[in-house]
Design a protein around this ligand. Structure first.
Ligand code: DX5
Ligand code: ZN
Length: 222
């Protein structure tokens, strides 16, 4: 699968979520929804009822990034609610293989995320159960942070794991992705790009999504 852009609504106008998604619907592949529980990360955003409402009023698929404790218990409900991609953190999962299978059984693509301090080895053995590996390029919890270049080694290794599996495993990056950094991540091997503040701080968010896509495609083609 080629380059995909998944704008994060974390730094959009949260009092107008559906309208904020409509601003990017014409060009974005996904809407990235950051679920935080104030335990796994020191921030609290939104949960299942809000995701359910949002899904009912937007036309692009949801890419739910769950920064929560006990995803084994809570994540499958997001898939059952209709999220087409559900990503849990391996640091929080008790049984990632069972969880990934539960997510797929509920109709979602299963993603596993790793924080900057977590080794790629934590996903290597479970890769065949996954549809996506998310390499965090900031410490999870907040938008608007600086991209961590030193995560590119993990992105390249995730791409190797994905390619050598013979399966269509996607490699996502999240955090600090903008017009300067997206090419770096694409060259390293990422193909799904989350961008929050770069998209929603732009005058024309849909146009910024197209710009980011073009930059990633150019870098990936090199
Ligand atoms: C951070 C979230 C990100 C965040 C990215 O924990 O997972 O999805 O919204 O925001 P930017 O693109 O501003 O770094
Ligand atoms: Zn995210």
């Amino acid at each position: 699968m080629g380059i995909q852009i998944s704008p994060s609504i974390l730094n959009s106008d949260l009092s107008n979520l559906a309208a904020e998604v409509r601003r990017i619907e014409s060009t974005a592949d996904w809407v990235h929804v950051d679920v935080m529980d104030n335990h796994f990360v020191p921030n609290l955003t939104l949960g299942l009822p809000v995701v359910e409402s949002l899904l009912a009023s937007v036309s692009i698929p949801a890419d739910c990034h769950l920064m929560i404790e006990d995803p084994d218990r809570w994540a499958p409900a997001y898939a059952e609610a209709g999220a087409k991609s559900v990503t849990f953190h391996v640091e929080a999962a008790r049984n990632p293989v069972t969880l990934a299978r539960d997510l797929r059984a509920a109709g979602a693509r299963a993603g596993a995320a790793i924080k900057p301090g977590t080794s790629i080895e934590s996903v290597r053995d479970i890769a065949r159960e996954l549809d996506m590996i998310l390499i965090m390029t900031v410490e999870p919890g907040f938008g608007g942070q600086a991209f961590m270049d030193d995560m590119m080694g993990k992105v390249t290794e995730a791409r190797r794991i994905a390619d050598s599996s013979g399966l269509d495993i996607w490699v996502q990056v999240d955090g600090g992705i903008d017009a300067r950094t997206i090419g770096i991540a694409a060259e390293a091997g990422a193909n799904v790009f989350v961008a929050g503040s770069a998209v929603y701080r732009a005058d024309d968010p849909a146009d910024m999504v197209s710009r980011l896509r073009a930059l990633a495609e150019a870098a990936a083609a090199q």
